[in-house]
Design a binder for this molecule. Sequence first.
Ligand code: AMP
Ligand code: ZN
Length: 467
Amino acid sequence: MPLKFFNTAQRRVEDFVPLVDGQVSMYCCGPTVYNYAHIGNLRTYLFEDFLRRALEYLGFQVLHVMNVTDVGHLSDDGDEGEDKMLKGARERGMSVWEIAQFFSDAFFKDSERLAILRPKVVCPATQHIDSMIALIHRLEEKGLTYLAGGNVYFDTSKFPEYGKMALLDRQEVSAVSRVSHDRNKKNSRDFVLWFTKSKFESQAMLWDSPWGRGYPGWHIECSAMSMQYLGEKFDIHCGGIDHISVHQTNEIAQSEGAIGHPWVHYWLHGEFLLLSKEKMSKSTGDFLTLQSLVDQGYDPLDYRWFCLGAHYRSPLTFSAEGLDGARNARNNLNEKVLGWKKIAEPQKLGQGGLEYRARWVAALENDLALPQALSVVWAVVKDASLGTGEKLTLLYEMDKVLGMGWQALTGDKSESVPAEILTLVEERQAARQIKDWARSDAVREKLKQLGWTVEDSPAGPLPKRIV
Ligand code: AMP
Ligand code: ZN
């Protein structure tokens, strides 16, 4: 079966054929580093990591590029609202440069803990201002820009294809700006390429440009940097679904407006992580971080496993029960792998093993159907007729995409007991000392739900994972 992906630009599943045989050029919109990434953001980066790993597993060389937005992103994607970096700096009493460094480091630390492979090129916007200026200059030469109130705008009325990917209504696009607070805009969808008149007094990030000292709009960075590293045509562009209607619509207008031909072939978008049906939002501050899950005793890989449970194009609702289920499943598999390692070595696949491999590949090729791929993992684990060595071979292979670290698992690695579990063990001890058996049983039950049991040894109570 050929590899297929759902291409948002065409709204259909298409065969994937890269521009250069065996190679994939892939650009992913990166984090805006004014706050911690929330677990919703991280779901999108996990999807992109699974995608890259799957492509590599299938034999492609992937040039994975991701930007870091450290300038120019306002709290509303359409140029309204506050500057996100300035807001972050003010709230934390740091400079914008310090904020960018601090949250960029935090983002890569989270990524590492989630086993997200670092993109081959990570490009901070502030280090690519020249490329952005050059691109704006090209757009100016093509007559696609206008100057108003000191800022350079993209004129959407001069780009007939504007909004095609997002299926925007032409009338709405060409409507004279009524809702926007920016009276300089000729059309409601026009957007700033370069600001020289900042509405923020404390604007600290400024560069010289042909239009005056200022700073770039948010959208221009992705057009400029993706083309700098991947060329004027490349294979895959990713992001979360919220980027379709404004940010990436504007990216397409800028890039195709400047180069005069189609730009990206496949657009892949990750659906949202929901918190009780609501979208998790970094700007309202109503969100969960990876660290908050770690503080509750979870391993970051529990969250990675949790995200594998839904197709990337389906919304996923976060819940403690769901994460507990992921943790139990992961621990269960870890124990299985550890047990097999003690008695076998990876072995060449026979007919049965080869069939599982084919089913696994078919799931990946089917628009990255990871829940379908996981069902193949479980089928391998449960198949009593399959040799242990073959099971190891298959799981190690699958783990190149799943990223659970099975090959590196060692039995002697004594697992650290999460703080939450230790507290419950103490609570149980205290209940037993005062002969409160009902309470002690209740705590034991709670531990069981969390995947732990307690063995009473001469040295005291020993928490153990339930296998
Ligand atoms: P930002 O740092 O706000 O630019 O967002 C980083 C990435 O996270 C983008 O690709 C967004 O589309 C994505 N994103 C934002 N909110 C969510 C969410 N609740 N679930 C999944 N992805 C999200
Ligand atoms: Zn982008």
